[in-house]
Design a binder for this molecule. Structure first.
Ligand SMILES: [Zn+2]
Length: 275
């Protein structure tokens, strides 16, 4: 038998602690350092909950545990709580994805206490992230809802729209919508664009994706070219939409969001074309 000399490294243990819909962080946490800041969280704040903590991620370097304090509102001089939107705005992208995972699992566990088929209490499965009903054997997994998001370009313009909710922030953004049952992602792009603004698109091309835990979407980004039709907004989801000169944009979403990156990519491509 060969014995190899392996260096034993201690894994970093991180607790993702949620109270209501907010993440607890040390009071002086520099969120720019990402989840590293969570290691300084005072354990006494959530010690009563540690027993019920759920291991959600293991890698060579780290172990992540979810602690859900549910509705308990916590006040402690060593910590503060931040919303998921603050997390997405201030943490590096990779770190945000770890918090997103933890939050989506918390939502899943909160909303699957009882079986949707027979109403019995469900139990958490030890070896995978799932809830199981021992009465009728129904098993549930965390929900991920695919949502397409698309930047449409035409000549030197990009189609941007404003929904009711974006009206408050003044943002104009790319079009987005949930994928329906039985539909491919590309079909969803064509349908959503036509439903929301009445135009047809062509050359639909996959760009990138981004988890968006509000509460469990997966944004699938596309770039597309305008094909035909005049803009007619649906008046429900979209209240205003227009073609904007790529060099003279209204207020658009920041680059931490996939909408911001789609707009940036469209700008790059148009820049290239003009050379
Ligand atoms: Zn059941």
């Amino acid at each position: 038998m060969t014995v190899t000399n392996k260096t034993v490294t201690t894994k970093t243990k991180r607790y993702f602690v949620f109270s209501n819909d907010r993440l607890l962080v040390p009071i002086n946490a520099d969120l720019g350092t990402g989840i590293e800041s969570l290691t300084q969280l005072t354990e006494e704040i959530f010690s009563e909950y540690v027993e019920q903590s759920v291991q959600i991620h293991v890698s060579e370097e780290a172990e992540h545990h979810l602690v859900d304090m549910q509705k308990e509102k916590v006040e402690h001089e060593t910590m503060r709580s931040i919303s998921m939107r603050e997390v997405v705005m201030s943490m590096p992208k990779e770190d945000f994805q770890h918090v997103a995972q933890a939050w989506q699992y918390a939502v899943f566990l909160r909303t699957h206490q009882f079986c949707g088929r027979c109403g019995s209490r469900m139990d958490r499965v030890a070896w995978e992230m799932a809830m199981h009903c021992h009465t009728c054997q129904h098993r549930c997994y965390p929900r991920v809802s695919p949502c397409i998001i698309v930047a449409i370009r035409h000549e030197n313009k990009i189609l941007l729209a404003q929904g009711e909710r974006q009206k408050e922030t003044g943002f104009f953004s790319t079009l987005a919508g949930f994928v329906e049952s039985g539909e491919t992602l590309e079909e969803a792009v064509h349908r959503e664009v036509f439903e929301e603004v009445g135009v047809k698109v062509k050359n639909v091309e996959y760009f990138k994706s981004q988890p968006w835990p509000f509460p469990h979407s997966l944004m699938v980004g596309y770039l597309a070219e305008y094909d035909s039709g005049d803009i007619v907004v649906d008046g429900k989801e979209i209240i205003e939409a227009d073609w904007f000169d790529i060099n003279d944009l209204p207020t658009v979403p920041p680059k931490f969001s996939i909408a911001g990156r789609l707009i940036e990519e469209t700008q790059k491509r148009m820049g290239k074309k003009q050379v």
